[in-house]
Design a protein around this ligand. Structure first.
Ligand code: HEM
Length: 110
């Protein structure tokens, strides 16, 4: 899919809400949350060296993958989407913020 640079740029601003826990880009390491290079389209719960919650491990075992659609649902309401996730984040309320941050994340390869 063609990437819209303006959307990626908007997503970089939205990602400020995620940065306390997640890193992306060259040399990104796990922190409170897993590093997110290559996350769009990737299997859930699969970042090396990160200790996921039980529900995230179970979802991973069931084959959850972070498609655009799954990611949009998760980011809108993490704890509603996955009961017991240790991602302590209220969620992104605006659909355009969700679209932008997904475009931003998609700009980083795994
Ligand atoms: C997990 C994205 C905000 C902490 C995840 C995952 C994604 C994600 C895609 C799944 C990773 C995987 O399956 O490997 C985002 C985005 C955010 C955000 C885009 C901002 C809009 C935060 C914040 C925190 C946080 C603010 C900390 C307060 C975590 C943790 C996990 C996680 C601990 C692992 C969850 C589990 O094992 O249940 N995040 N996140 N995230 N995130 Fe976030």
């Amino acid at each position: 899919m063609a990437v819209d640079p303006a959307l990626v740029e908007a997503g970089e601003k939205v990602f400020k809400k995620c940065k306390a826990c997640h890193k992306v880009g060259e040399g990104a390491k796990n922190g409170t949350g897993p590093m997110l290079n290559g996350i769009v389209g990737q299997a859930a719960g699969a970042v090396d060296g990160f200790r996921y919650s039980k529900p995230m491990q179970a979802a991973a075992g069931d084959g959850l993958a972070w498609t655009h659609e799954a990611l949009a649902e998760f980011l809108a309401n993490p704890k509603g989407y996955m009961k017991g996730t240790k991602m302590s984040f209220a969620g992104l309320k605006k659909p355009d913020e969700i679209e932008a941050v997904i475009a931003y994340l998609a700009s980083f390869e795994g």
